[in-house]
Design a protein around this ligand. Sequence first.
Ligand code: ZN
Ligand code: ZN
Length: 651
Amino acid sequence: MIKITFPDASVREYEKGITGLEIANSISQRLAQEVIAASVNGETWDLTRPIENDATVNLLKWDDEEGKHAYWHSSAHLMAEALQELYPGIKFGIGPAIENGFYYDVDPGEGVAIKEADFPAIEKKMMELISAKEDIQRKNISKADAIRMFSERDEHYKVELINELEDGTITTYTQGRFTDLCRGPHLPNTSYIKAVKVLSSAGAYWRGDEKRPQLTRLYGITFPKKKMLDEYLVMLEEAKKRDHRKIGKELQLFAFSQNVGAGLPLWLPKGTQLRLRLEDFLKKIQREFDYEQVITPHIGSKQLYVTSGHYAKYGKDSFQPIHTPEEGEEFLLKPMNCPHHCEIYKAFPRSYKELPLRLAEFGTVYRYEQSGELHGLTRVRGFTQDDAHIFCTPDQVKDEFLKVVDIIFIIFKALNFENFEVQISLRDPENKEKYIGTDENWEKAERAIVEACEEKGLNTKIELGEAAFYGPKLDFMVKDALGRRWQLGTIQVDYNLPDRFELEYTGADNQKHRPVMIHRAPFGSMERFVAVLIEHTAGKFPLWLAPTQAVVIPVSEKFNGYAYNVIKELKKFDIRAEVDDRNEKVGRKIRDNELKRIPYLLIVGEKEAENEEVSVRKQGGEDKGSVKLRIFAEEVSREVEEMMNPEKQPI
Ligand SMILES: [Zn+2]
Ligand SMILES: [Zn+2]
């Protein structure tokens, strides 16, 4: 017999060789129907894999990340099996589960293309294989046998992967006539999958290397219920409408030009206004929290990044150094602001009395991304971080964390991100030697972060072993209006850079000490944040941010003059307004400006002109009737004022 311990600490005895599925069955039939995979001593296993020793077992369902992962990975195999049936001779690359669904990179062969029109046939074949309820079987295989087996089928991509594996660690999974080189885990059989959709295809270089062959990456998604797939497809449609690249164009916020270069966004006047307003908002908060603004150059000597360690770690995959024509100097485009800020710290001898020193910069950085990976404003090659570095004593870490969390709260509230998750990444307690910094400082910082989150009542997930080698961190993930998760802000403790740059301060004891550095960027980058904001709001920005807050629509040419007077008056209240004096019908003008997501439309005709009024139509169609211009202006500026000062409201 073996002892199985469950997450609630209860223990049951089973016969040696029991499987996760059998354990589920012994508890309840319902559980057996819902369970997808089993976590055995922290590792995800197939439900049908025998457990030979005492173990801690957690039965995973659809709602568990790892369960979903196994489900979608099995679905990738299912799609591959269908493709093998439909496209004889097709070669397979890799096929992992991803955040939403899965993909498989395939090489359909010379002159064969898999197009959107082919997706229904693939889905049909997948459904057939589901009906066949094929068992998915795991097998250990020697390296020699694996190479022989995949060579015989001419699966040269797989052979390349096998060659890099260690003998004794190789497993295959087989269902029907399809066998894949795979670590697993997988569903017991294909019938667990109920609803399938092949979503899209894209080109993807083998192993991400543009010198290697280009494969076809087929994306798909599956669900245990047809209804879930339907809901997902509705969400996807809505997401398409909200795509920030589409809305960015419609609202003339940003553009890309091949002449400037891929991944280098151009901020148009309206987008720039929006961005500057966000920056001003952040700067104002920073001032209140005693940050000091600094400005540093866009390039830095290569040596600076050798010192920081960035060059050794990322140099090969970065933009290559810039050489001066005569003096043999080498510069790098700034990939991060931290080293520059360390040098600002070092510009003077520092005393403990100056700490915490908080240096903030909207610092533009450049990071090389393969052109195929670029995506609108979310994956770019040049972007501006809302960056700051806090230099403090180890004892100040907790207080500083609390303050940064406060800042992030203020921001999320002002921008209506009500749903967010927080992840604390701590070091792996079994592998302490992997990390730089003293045990004492790590413990202090980790405790500080956990306590700060508790004090703020944050709903946190703690991940052991997810910390960077140089310090623990806290990441904020927001959920947008469609329930999609976006990684935004991060707060990160760093013991490494202060060491590498030999930063010091003189303590109260008159001795030299090393400060702790905290990196923090609540938005992450202005580009990414604006993209998320567009998709979250569908381009209907909060009033205080909207590039144009009101459009005045004269009912006929006769009232253009009054319309321009209205603008002049609104300007006095800092309200951004325009006149739509096109020679169009009023109805048309209203529709067009609604599409531009203008918060207030002000219709003016004879009555309004006579009484110094505007007829107010709110975004969404609500008709507020005629209002004295002055009263409208006062109300709008009050609304903006309140939105911009959310810190004065209770959180
Ligand atoms: Zn696999
Ligand atoms: Zn930094």
